[in-house]
Design a protein around this ligand. Structure first.
Ligand code: CP
Length: 313
């Protein structure tokens, strides 16, 4: 694997997830030293808890040294080619990519979308430009339209949890007071379907995902109908793709025990952070069917198999 920016370069995402599960079970003892004397530099332009910790732990478990850079530890950047840099930005992304390439063996980047221009966000503008100028492999820690490490961890969690060939997997929109990206929902839909699972996406009208990532998912605007006989309920808020960045308010879309009772004793999943009793009722997230801890644990193993595959290339 050269880069892990989106799934277009991954031949078989299910095989990668299975390799992650195998590595988790210590199938390859040499993994602990594969990254010795190698540097992973992670650039975080936005906050993170899970991604930062899980990626650093994964790197350490492979013997790598991990350096985390926050936005305020780098100079303000210019990203436009040919820009006359006589305003605020002190450094061009070209030089930043060169510097990180000189100091690192792998570079990982989190750069959230601005949610103003769909084209810019869906080109994953910052990380794509960085990759263009970098001499070292790039890992996506969440970009304009995607969060592929979260998607891989979620796929691993479903493969470990569900023991039937055709589970009913539902991705449900839920309310939230802030404007959020579509990245987690896009990556969940993309990853799950590329792994061969059918997906139902339920959301209010106007909140459908882009065709680029919704693929062949069944779309429902009736949450109660969508939940019927489901095996997995994956919950996330996202802002509108079609009225780009617009938010929608309807508290009735919160995930409650009554709604989960419609399912086939489904497991509840959410990538976190989550707003309790806005997105999901306490009774659901605290229930034995909630597998958010498994998702969190698999963030380490997803990062580990991706770094391992890059080191092994
Ligand atoms: N799920 C996730 O990516 O969490 P953080 O934003 O805390 O990294």
């Amino acid at each position: 694997m050269d880069n892990f920016i989106d799934l277009t370069t991954i031949e078989d995402i299910r095989a990668l997830a299975q390799a992650g599960i195998d590595l988790k079970q210590n199938a390859d003892p040499s993994a602990a030293t594969i990254g010795l004397n190698k540097i992973l530099t992670c650039l975080y332009l936005n906050p993170s808890l899970r991604t930062k910790l899980s990626t650093e732990i994964a790197a350490k478990q492979l013997g790598m040294h991990c350096i985390n850079l926050a936005a305020d530890s780098a100079w303000t950047l210019e990203t436009r080619a040919g820009a006359i840099m006589n305003e605020g930005a002190a450094e061009h992304i070209k030089e930043q990519a060169m510097v990180l390439s000189e100091y690192s063996d792998i570079i990982a980047i989190r750069a959230f979308p601005k949610l103003k221009d769909a084209k810019e966000d869906y080109q994953n503008d910052f990380i794509s430009k960085f990759a263009k100028y970098s001499k070292k492999p790039i890992v996506n820690l969440e970009s304009g339209s995607l969060h592929p490490l979260q998607g891989l961890a979620d796929l691993m969690t479903i493969m470990e949890t569900i023991n039937k060939p055709n589970p009913k997997i539902v991705l449900s929109w839920a309310p939230h007071p802030r404007q959020l990206p579509q990245s987690v929902a896009n990556s969940f839909s993309d990853t799950i379907q590329k792994a061969g699972y059918d997906l139902t996406i339920c959301c209010p009208e106007g909140m459908e995902l882009s065709d680029q990532y919704a693929h062949h998912a069944k779309v429902s605007h009736d949450q109660m109908e969508a939940f019927e006989d489901a095996d997995i309920i994956y919950v996330k808020n996202w802002s509108s793709y079609h009225s780009y960045g617009a938010t929608y308010e309807d508290a009735n879309w919160m995930i409650t025990g009554d709604k989960m009772a419609k399912t086939n004793n489904a497991n509840f999943m959410h990538c976190l952070p989550v707003r309790r009793n806005v997105v999901v009722a306490d009774e659901v997230i605290d229930s034995p069917n909630s597998i958010i801890d498994r998702q969190v644990s698999n963030r380490v193993h997803a990062a580990k198999i991706v770094l391992h595959s890059i080191l092994n290339r």
